[in-house]
Write a protein that binds this ligand. Sequence first.
Ligand code: ZN
Length: 335
Amino acid sequence: MSQQSRITSEVDFGRDGKQQGFLRLPHSVHRSAYGWIPIPIIVIKHGTGPTVLLTAANHGDEYEGQIALMKLCRELQPKDVRGRLIILTATNYPAAIAGTRTSPIDGGNLNRSFPGEPDGRPTQAIAHYVESELLSRADFVIDLHSGGSSLMYLPSALVGRVSDPELAAQQLEMLKAFAAPIGYVGASGGADLTLLSGAERAGVPGIGTELGGAGSTSVHSLQVAERGVRRVLKYLGAVPDMDVGPEPAPSRIVHVGGNEYFVYSPDYGIWEPLAELGDEVQAGQPAAAVHSQQTPWREPVVANFLRSGTVLCKRVPGGVQRGDCLYHLATDEEP
Ligand code: ZN
């Protein structure tokens, strides 16, 4: 078994200038015997400075980052850059085209597939390429997410909790430079299987985002995305003369911890929310009532918040199954 990726790049990472093309992921199927999946890639290299990897559509139903990076790659020219930008606007391309969190080809969730597998299914092969070929070249990474189809967030940027204090400090500065309304510490899921966990393995400072969600975008969430990315690129010196607009208010820095920060549906049915995004809630406070469509005369099953905090994330669809995430909280103090 090869440890080398079978994905080939149409762009030369060492060449100066602006290049755009595709990563070619071999995909031999009934309708296309020698075909490949075209994952768009843009590389802009000029002068001396850091290599910044920017990724969107790690989950295909998250749109702010895709729009922000498409606009950025059209705007920026080599003369604007000091160092190198590597931009993936549609990292899990099959999922991005389908507008789904996971890949329609293999069901793979890219952000639960790291460090990946070169000879695995397409999603695993993409994860492996990103970790082995792109994170290995990067000095910094920005991985743009939002809540996707099932969740809605207060517009946030985030960093994982990492063991190396120097890495943690660098990430915190990037988080502050992004200046989303919320900046939270402690990624909300995925542990060592995410792109940012790959960044930590590579010793690369990285930040993520949860910009909005509900399978859509808004003027506000797009503005948070675009301005945040621009501010970080300027802060890192990668695009020193970037126009970043008005001075932002500093992020409210908060923390997301383990299971007690989350509320899950205790039953199947339709859920009635009992709290909204941004609410301050107390431990034991009712969070949601799940009503049974099959047995409407039965009292709803109520789920409570397990601790106090701010509601950072809320489920979107009305139908629920036992185990679906309904909310998660953030706290000003560390967990
Ligand atoms: Zn995501």
